[in-house]
Design a protein around this ligand. Structure first.
Ligand SMILES: [Zn+2]
Length: 165
């Protein structure tokens, strides 16, 4: 998209990337004969578009009747958008910490699968028995101090990243 030619189509973007990765041993479509599909580029462009980082203009080709999409990037807002995402993530992590602090958790002592972790009320409903088929192990208290410390660390490192913006 960073082309000198302002009018660039998804086809040309695909060809440009293919040329650039030719000698770089990068394979965007492992287990596929093609190295980079036009469809993959299109999907990525639409992702950028929905994240407000790319724009397009659509023109109908008079000969074929097909639509041609001309793309350009809109990276001016990149920092702003990243910042918003980081802040969003921090607030989700804070919610999770509060959830962890405000509940007692129980987990199956037998299989210890993540899906056998319950808050107190649900563990009561299950009679403190694992609901996984064929298990039936006891649900025992699950310490969450390590998890909370981990979440706090994560928030700390995200805040450091934001400071460096
Ligand atoms: Zn179990």
């Amino acid at each position: 998209m960073n082309s000198k030619n302002k009018e660039i189509t998804d086809d040309v973007i695909t060809e440009n990337i293919k040329k650039r990765i030719q000698d770089m041993n990068i394979d965007f479509e492992p287990n596929d004969e093609e190295k980079l599909k036009l469809n993959t580029v299109r999907k990525t462009l639409y992702k950028l578009y929905s994240a407000k980082l790319a724009q397009f203009r659509r023109v109908r080709d008079k000969n074929t009747g097909w639509f041609i999409y001309y793309w350009w990037h809109d990276f001016d807002k990149l920092n702003e958008i990243l910042l918003e995402k980081e802040q969003n993530l921090i607030s989700k992590l804070r919610d999770r910490i509060n959830y962890e602090l405000n509940n007692y958790f129980f987990i199956c002592e037998n299989c210890r699968k993540p899906e056998t972790r319950f808050i107190f009320d649900d563990a009561v409903d299950l009679n403190f028995k694992c609901p996984v088929d064929g298990c039936g192990g006891n649900l025992v208290a699950d310490e969450n101090k390590e998890l909370i410390d981990f979440l706090k660390e994560k928030i700390g490192s995200l805040q450091d990243t934001i400071k460096n913006f």
